[in-house]
Design a binder for this molecule. Structure first.
Ligand code: FAD
Length: 288
């Protein structure tokens, strides 16, 4: 098992899972149990934990990453610019290292409602990545990309240019925002490569399980709902069981198409549950 995630891609398509830390007042055991079940079932290349930018449960990111490392699975800690000073970032890097965590997804973070900037020392993910690389070059860094172009980017060209800057700042691989329009992703990938931002791309897959959640998440991220998915919403939207069945079959096709188009990594957003994700991977015939 490679500990630095970047070392996996030259050998095989990576398979990984993402979790979010529960709120402070909620128990941590259910997600720990999900993590351990998915570890036993799939022996993934890594697991990542989101970072509740500006939230009170920031510490739980470290707690979950440390628990993942204890299971001998490399953890990727998401880390944002929101509210973070250079001093805090240096402390956080030390804490990550002390807990065996050597992979970080560098992000700007979603700005909490009413904020116009990050209220931290860095405004963009690229600056956070450059600072971490300078402070401790031993970390393996990921950067986010949005294959349908970040909602606030001025243009596709700007978006590609900022991705290229992430590579120049020392980012080792990209992780994508959710998307369902695979052709948009393939076009975006060609543009990235053409611009010299030729890093491995780990593709994030959000399983289609609940109508309202899919509509909310795609709209929030400015992502397209392809006609096949729109029809599933139209036909099965009023029946949660039928919707889930059709949504899972759709997700399996989405994954199969990505795999047959040579993606570097498949990153499943688990929503902290293991059953549906496992069933989807089994149906998709993803081998580990
Ligand atoms: P950036 O790359 O900094 O880009 C932000 C915007 O600024 C873009 O519009 C970009 O075009 C523009 N830009 C970038 N650099 C510059 C520059 N130098 N000058 C001017 N404009 C610039 N959020 C969380 O809070 N916690 C999480 O755990 C989390 N996990 C995520 C995981 C993945 C895989 C992805 C894709 C996103 C995640 N997010 C998370 C959401 C992310 O924080 C948001 O998408 C955020 O809006 C942008 O983050 P970024 O790192 O892409 O930002």
């Amino acid at each position: 098992m490679h500990h630095l995630v970047r070392d996996v891609f030259p050998e095989r398509m990576s398979v990984s899972f993402e979790f979010f830390p529960p709120k402070e007042e909620q128990p941590i055991e259910p997600v720990l149990s999900t993590i351990s079940t998915l570890r036993d079932k799939w022996n993934p290349d890594f697991m990542s934990v989101t970072y509740g930018a500006g939230g009170t449960n920031k510490g739980r990111n470290l707690e979950l990453c440390a628990a993942i490392e204890k299971l001998s699975v490399p953890a990727v800690s998401h880390f944002t610019c929101i509210g973070n000073t250079r001093e805090f970032i240096v402390d956080q890097l030390k804490a990550l290292k002390e807990n065996g965590i050597e992979n970080i997804l560098t992000l700007r973070g979603d700005l909490p409602a009413g904020w116009t900037g990050t209220n931290g020392d860095f405004s963009y993910a690229v600056d956070l990545a450059a600072f971490i690389k300078k402070t401790d070059p031993s970390f393996c860094l990921a950067g986010a990309i949005s294959p349908e172009v970040h909602m606030r980017a001025k243009s596709l060209d700007h978006d590609i240019m900022y991705a290229r800057r992430k590579k120049d700042a020392g980012v080792d691989f990209f992780m994508t925002q959710l998307f369902y329009d695979n052709d948009a992703f393939y076009r975006y990938r060609d543009r990235l490569y053409g611009a010299g931002a030729d890093l491995p791309i780990d593709v994030g897959v959000m399983p289609v399980l609940k109508k309202d959640a899919i509509i909310k998440m795609t709209l929030m991220n400015g992502s397209a709902i392809p006609v096949e998915l729109a029809r599933i919403i139209g036909i099965y939207g009023d029946n949660p069981d039928d919707f889930k069945k059709a949504g899972m079959e759709y997700t399996v096709k989405h994954i199969a198409d990505l795999v047959s188009n040579g993606i570097d990594g498949l990153h499943m957003f688990t929503l902290n549950k293991w059953e549906d994700v496992s069933e989807i991977l089994t149906m998709a015939g993803v081998c580990f």
